[in-house]
Design a protein. Sequence first.
Length: 394
Amino acid sequence: MVFDFLRRSEGTVPEAKASASGPVIAYHSSGRVAWTPRDTVSLTRSGFTSNPVGFRCVKLISEAAASLPLQLLEDGKRFETHPILGLIDRPNSAQGRAEFLEAAFGQLLLSGNVYIEAVNAGAALLPQEMHVLRSDRMRLIPGADGWPIGYEYAVGAKKHLFRLGEGAPVIFHFRAFHPLDDHYGLSPLQAAASAIDVHNSASRWSKALLDNAARPSGAIVYSGGDGHASLTAEQYDRLLMEMESHHQGARNAGRPMLLEGGLDWKPMGFSPSDMEFQKTKEAAAREIALAFGVPPMLLGIPGDATYANYQEANRAFYRLAVVPLAQRFLAGLSHWLDAHSEGKAVLKPDIEQVPALASERDNLWRRVGEAEFLTDAEKRVLLGLPPLAQEDEA
């Protein structure tokens, strides 16, 4: 599909940019994906919107990755100003660079896939705008040979088809590694789905326990006299009505129970200390953080002493979770943009300007600076600095 927005003629009003998926976004409905038994919508609701650990993990990684300083290299030369940098800084009229990248990384973490639409200006030209599309609404269409021939974006009954193979691809699809799927990525939410269910169930159990005056459930045992081993229908209905109206809910917490006529209360189940629900919940929270690669110390989860201090945990977070994710995504994004502009630009995070990695940078500079067997030119290469001009070297 070709978007032609560069035609200008005298006496005519320029056409406004428009996203191809824009007309269907007004209709709101839950979508489905075909690559997992646990659909993206359900996982997002249970693991992100309803789980504080999953929510914080996604926010931490996406915000940190979106805030990384960027650099653009082309043929080994670094550019401070470039059309691609301008497009990244303002990808569309509603988002800046931070909002755009945060949405992209968020979709990748929640579904394992991110789809970006190019509002194209024409062949061999950069997109005028870029939009992050919802992953749960996108479906890949494979061809006879298994390779994708298009993408279908659906909202309710409305669908839009993005065809591939006709010039530069309109859709940039970046996916996380999935060993059992050829077309869709595996999200950390799916890997942590069992831990999320445990964590949510423990929270619901704690809430129900509090609503029940923090007491485990029990049984009312009837010991009738004169050979009667069971309540009459009238007695049974009356007992149920009194239990519902006088002894259930937080409003009736702590109210004493008056039993008569051979009724006896027998507590059942284990106490919270015996069941160790809090420890189970903390273990599930650590498993969720482990799936996302976030040190539990950064989330305030007690009982974790893997890192000596918060600074070390933060450095490991950037080095192991944020930077690798940003590097892979930006490399794919720059390759996709090169297909539109026929250039050879490479986007990458500027590690030298990341405050969390300042100690690593200081150690590297000190070691290289103290290496007397290296020339100044070799030291600059090791530090990732451009070579000096000949007149500067002289």
